[in-house]
Structure formats: C-alpha cells, structure tokens
Design a binder for this molecule. Structure first.
Ligand code: 2IT
Length: 446
C-alpha cells in the first residue's frame, strides 16, 4: 500500500470531504508499515475495500414545527463495515451534519468497535436537524419523522443505532416508540441508550466518560503517574463531559474547566455533586450555553469566546466535537504545562495538534481508544436485551473496566516504540485494523 495513492483514489471518489479524508489518512499512516508486511492484505485489496462504506442510506425528513411551519431536513445512515458483527454506532443531530462527517464517524466507529473486544460492525447516522432552541414536542415530532424512514434499515441483528451529539435518552425514547409502532416488533435490542424501564442498561449514560477515565488511569499508570490531585480541563458540558467530570472527581482529580460554544467556565475549586448535577440541567435546557453555570455557582467564572484549553491544567480531555483542539490550542496547552491529553470526542484533535503533542513527548491517546467504553457498554446492553435480563450496576461497571484495560493493553502491544514509549495512535489503529482485516480476509471477496 502507498498511502498517497490510496488517498488520491479516495479523494477522487469523495471530493472535498475533508473530515472523512482526515480520519482515513490518520489510520493509513498508522498501519502502513504493518500492512506492507502482509502480502495477503495487499492481494485481497483490504485497504481499498475497508475505506469505502458498505452503503449509505439518505432520506428526506419532513416535520411540522410549533408554529405550524413545515420543515425539511436530511437524514442519513452510513453502514460502514459489517466484518465483525451487525452495524453499530450513534446518531448525531447537529446543524453541521453532512455525508463527510458521518463517513468519518462511521469509519472511526469500525475501528473503535473492533477495539472493544465485542462483535460489532461500524456505522453512524444522523441529520442536519439542530436541537438548539427546539421544544420537547418539536424534538418528538422530528424523531418520529426520522424513524419513519430509518426503521426499515435497522434491527437487533442488522444495525443498532444509539445516541451521539444531540441525541440522548429522550430522543432514543421517541425513536423507539415510533420504531415499534412501524415494525410491530418489540425487541428493545434495536437501539441502545434506552431508558431503564424498557431495556436500557445501568451505567450506559455514564459509560463514555467513565471508560475514558479508566483508560486515562491505565495510561498514567503505564507512565508511572497517578491521577489523584491533578487538575483536569474538560471541553463541553453534555453527556460525555458529565460522565468524565463525575469519574475524574471520584478518582481525586480536580475538574477546573468545562466549556460550551459560548465560552469557558473556570472552576478553581473543582466539582461538587450539585455542580455535576447542574451540568445535566444545562444540557436539558437545549440552549447550548454554559454561561449560567457561573451565575449558579459564584466560585466559578465565565469567560466568553474562550476554549477550555485556555485554562492551565495537567490533563486535557476534549469531550465535545471533532477538531475542537487545534495546533494553536496544543501549543497553548504545552506552554502552560499540560502533560496528558486523552481525546474523548471522536477525532477531537486536528492532525497538527496531535503532531505537536507527539513531538513534545507528552502522553496522548486518540478518541477511538479513549471513548470506546460508550459503545462497549452499548454492546453490553445488547447482550442483556438478547438474554432478557439486566445486570447490576457493579457488574456492568466491572465489565466496562475490564474492556478498557483490554483496549489499553492492545494499544501497548501494537504501539510500543523501541524507546519504550507508547504511541497510542498507532497502537489503537493497528489493533483495530488487524481484527477487521482478519475477518474480511476469512470472509472472502464480498
Ligand atoms: O461515538 C460513539 O461511539 C457513540 N456515539 C456511541 C455509539 C453506540 O452505539 O453506543
């Protein structure tokens, strides 16, 4: 494989899709050396097949807003790769959703799901619908209209969507309600992230953030460090940021920043249970602003227009959106002494930022490893649904813990450098790739 040749071909097929091309390039650069040691991969054209989604479903979503106006959005499901199991991945509702974004997310999901040790293929879906400022009734009508098209393409053994940016328990509830009405099938395993009274799993809401902190602990331990007493800056204030803030605080770290599109909250005294609870209220308001946090808690201050990376911290955890941490942000963090960055958002750092961290030799781990606890716990939810039972929180948490330790070990196995340092980007990409490639080889040319 020659990375530039594969990329040139992909650019010709998907012109201008910069996020998709960025995600693929990172993986190809990581795996190039290993790939070229396996002539059977080259012969079966594994890479050329793996970078192209299996199929993309696009549909119109029309609904009526509260003022009686008719609204039209676009819905998508990118079914990326089914080599190791049924398609699995979240649904994103955000104004910026487009095919390139969902292809990058579906591609990342394929590798991430392979890392979880569970049998799940990769997919992603969503719509350019923005939940910002929408009423609960509007959200319900949109979710119902979205499912009216999507339902034919999903199923417990086919494709199992979940939440992502803009899609939480409430949206999953509205989508499931419409799904069962249309399909006349009452198998709750068709979606994950469900409510606890109808097939949801304990710990699923916390799992992405908890898993990210378990991974971070392993990474620090591997480097002979500990998280206790360290300062942590988190971007975002949604479900993932909330889980990360909760677990970081529980492990004895001090969460000194959270942020939103409007600016950053500096929180020098760290989180309290009330503050963590209030993050949920902020998100549920659908206003997409973090400023009210400083009105509610006077020991915190709000600065408009600034990112979480402007706050001096030991550990930075991007928990919001792709490319939210740029090369300039990386330099700012390094200048203020940050020595560990664990990407929790999917592709949270730009290639320039990653290069800056790696050159500086600080600890860095990529989203597909760090945030895999979310989808892993979705996999555990599927198992519970298939067995018609539910596990205790301790049981789910112990399994999540074990899976994160396995993912960390896989990164170490494939990412250990001659000097003993771990290149987590390389390790995660090679580990995920090897599993999917092996499955594709064994299943023939399909
Ligand atoms: O990015 C992700 O891994 C998710 N949004 C969760 C996907 C899932 O199926 O739980």
């Amino acid at each position: 494989m020659n990375v530039n040749n594969v990329m040139a071909d992909l650019e010709r097929k998907h012109p201008g899709e910069s996020e998709y091309l960025q995600a693929v390039r990172e993986v190809l650069e990581s795996i190039e050396e290993v790939y070229n040691e396996h002539p059977e991969f080259e012969k079966a054209k594994i890479v050329e097949r793996m970078v192209e989604p299996d199929r993309i479903i696009t549909f119109r979503v029309t609904w009526v807003d509260d003022s009686g106006e008719i609204q039209t959005n676009i819905g998508y499901r990118v079914q990326f790769n089914s080599a190791i199991g049924p398609y699995k991945g979240g649904i994103r509702f955000h104004a910026a959703v487009n095919p390139s974004m969902l292809k990058f997310l579906g591609f990342e999901q394929t590798f991430k799901n392979a890392l979880t040790t569970l049998p799940m293929g990769g997919a992603k879906g969503g719509s350019d619908f923005s939940p910002k400022g929408k009423s609960d009734a509007e959200i319900m009508r949109f979710c119902q209209a979205f499912m009216l098209e999507l339902w034919q393409n999903i199923g417990p053994d086919t494709d199992v969507p979940a939440g992502d940016v803009g899609v939480g328990g409430r949206e999953i509830g509205y989508m499931y309600g419409m799904y069962k009405k249309l399909a006349r099938e009452y198998n709750t395993g068709v979606l994950t992230g469900k409510g606890l009274t109808w097939g949801g799993s304990l710990v699923r809401p916390e799992a992405t953030g908890f898993g990210a902190l378990y991974f971070t602990e392993h990474m620090l331990h591997q480097a002979g460090k500990s998280i206790e007493g360290k300062t942590v800056a988190i971007s975002g204030f949604g479900n993932v940021a909330w889980g990360a803030a909760t677990k970081a605080t529980e492990l004895g770290a001090k969460v000194i920043a959270i942020s939103g599109p409007d600016g950053v909250i500096y929180n020098p005294n760290g989180m309290t249970p009330e503050k963590i609870e209030y993050m949920l209220e902020l998100r549920a308001s659908n206003r997409d602003i973090v400023a009210p946090f400083a009105e509610r808690f006077p020991d915190a201050t709000f600065t408009a227009g600034k990112k979480a990376w402007s706050v001096k911290c030991d550990i930075a955890l991007p928990c919001a959106f792709q490319n939210e941490l740029t090369g300039d942000d990386a330099k700012e963090l390094l200048a203020s002494g940050t020595w560990c960055v664990a990407e929790v958002s999917n592709m949270g750092c730009t290639p320039e930022a990653i290069e800056t961290f790696q050159k500086a030799g600080i600890l860095f781990a990529p989203g597909k490893a760090v945030n895999a606890g979310g989808v892993a716990t979705s996999g555990l939810e599927m198992t519970q649904n298939a067995q018609h039972l539910s596990w205790a929180a301790e049981e789910v948490d112990a399994k999540l813990h074990y899976i994160m330790s396995q993912i960390h070990s896989a990164c170490v196995r494939y990412g250990e450098q001659p000097d003993g340092r771990i290149n987590y980007v390389k390790g995660a990409n090679i580990a995920g790739f090897m599993k999917v490639a092996q499955a594709m080889l064994e299943q023939g040319v399909v």
